[in-house]
Write a protein that binds this ligand. Structure first.
Ligand SMILES: [Zn+2]
Ligand SMILES: [Zn+2]
Length: 160
């Protein structure tokens, strides 16, 4: 797993980002129950773009009374604050990036559905040209590259 702390779309280190979001949620009038805090923390400290169910499973160990609805409420809260990037897929599922809420490119494994950030970001390079050509003021984008992650490549080789 490559964690590039200097990536320009990563605004805060995890702990700072956590405190920042707690303060921002408070300001916006959201009620932060211990369960919601735990979901928030789990999201901010995971680098694998978890889905709601995965967050639920992760936090339920610590808070057995956690409901999936609470996870969704927490995600809705972050969406309302513009602090999470939602990646929606054609099967109706979604994965979430709570670390880098600004648009950025992703690599997605077609075998195990791993998702990682691609730090070589094509957007800055192309947005100026596209903007000039179309007159659109661009504010977000979606760029996914699909393939096999290293773990799946190794597995595929072993199975041959
Ligand atoms: Zn894979
Ligand atoms: Zn990401």
């Amino acid at each position: 797993m490559i964690l590039d702390k200097s990536h320009p779309t990563q605004p805060y280190a995890d702990d700072q980002r956590f405190s920042h979001l707690i303060a921002k949620a408070h300001e916006a009038g959201f009620r932060l129950t211990p369960q919601r805090r735990a979901v928030l923390r789990a999201l901010l400290f995971s680098d694998n773009h978890p889905g709601a169910e995965e967050l639920f499973r992760q936090v339920k160990g610590e808070y057995p009374d956690l409901s999936l609805a609470t996870v969704y409420k927490c995600l809705d809260m972050l969406k309302a604050m513009g602090e999470v990037l939602q990646l929606e897929f054609r099967d109706g599922s979604s994965r979430f990036d709570g670390r880098r809420p600004a648009s950025h490119a992703h690599v997605i494994c077609t075998r195990c559905s791993a998702i990682e950030d691609a730090t070589a970001d094509p957007f800055t390079w192309c947005s100026n040209n596209v903007s000039a050509e179309t007159g659109y003021r661009l504010n977000r984008y979606r760029f996914d590259l699909y393939g096999l992650c290293p773990a799946c490549q190794a597995q595929a080789t072993r199975q041959k």
